[in-house]
Design a protein around this ligand. Structure first.
Ligand SMILES: O=C(CO)[C@H](O)[C@H](O)COP(=O)(O)O
Length: 228
């Protein structure tokens, strides 16, 4: 996984057909997805439950790009090896998930994955300032985590602050929640390069009508690139 700052679209399979993950993943990649975003929720850190390591392992053979696993769980550390074994390329933990994020990020890299740290909307940029040299991806939540289809919360000043704190380090800024062709330009102009989108990619399409996914992905990417 090489580093570049071009806009990358990461469809969240939280909005896919849960009876057809393999086909859905192959369809979004064929339609231009750059990364595949997998939302892991535990019913404790967030009020919703989704997948665990066996499901993520089952997704792996279908993902040819980057499998980007976002842990909305607490605690995290006991599960890091299981997600490495499941084949995650990027493993992201929330800075709010426990007192030892520094140790968590070291363990994620130690297990051979890229390390991500996510911030809830209420968490300031400064919460990750001491973690920048251990981090490959900073995920800025633009909704309160737990559900797809929520309204975008403007975090552009936090994104700008993070981009300036990052300087020339090879760290991606990922945006998660409410990304669509209207909000994508705001976050891209502020310095984000990875755009997670669930509803705005899967809306109106299906595995039998996957051209719609392609059109949705192209529209988000073009909107983001229009301000760069
Ligand atoms: O992490 C998430 C929710 O916690 C989802 O990835 C996110 O909400 C994307 O969904 P949408 O694009 O529909 O907002």
């Amino acid at each position: 996984m090489s580093f570049d700052r071009s806009i990358k679209i990461a469809p969240s399979i939280l909005s896919a057909d849960f009876a057809n993950f393999g086909q859905e993943i192959r369809a979004i990649e064929a339609q231009g997805a750059d990364w595949v975003h997998v939302d892991v929720m535990d019913g404790h850190f967030v009020p919703n439950l989704t997948f665990g390591p066996p499901a993520v392992k089952a997704f792996r053979p279908h993902v040819k790009t980057v499998m980007d696993v976002h842990l909305m769980i607490s605690p995290v550390d006991a599960y890091i090896d299981a997600y490495a074994d499941a084949g995650a390329d990027v493993l992201t933990a929330h800075v709010e998930a426990g007192p030892h994020t520094h140790r968590t990020l070291q363990a994620i890299r130690g297990a051979g994955m890229k390390a991500g740290v996510a911030l809830n909307p209420g968490t300031p940029a400064e919460a990750v300032e001491h973690l920048l040299d251990l981090t490959d991806v900073i995920c800025v939540m633009t909704v309160n985590p737990g559900f797809g289809g929520q309204k975008f919360i403007d975090m552009t000043s936090k994104i700008r602050k993070l981009r300036s704190m990052i300087g020339d380090r090879p760290v991606h800024i990922e945006i998660d929640g409410g990304v669509d062709p209207t909000t994508a330009p705001l976050v891209a102009a502020a310095g984000a390069d990875v755009l997670v989108a669930g509803s705005a990619v899967f809306r109106g399409g299906s595995v039998g009508n996957a051209d719609v996914y392609g059109e949705n992905i192209r529209n988000i990417r073009a909107a983001a690139n229009s301000v760069l």
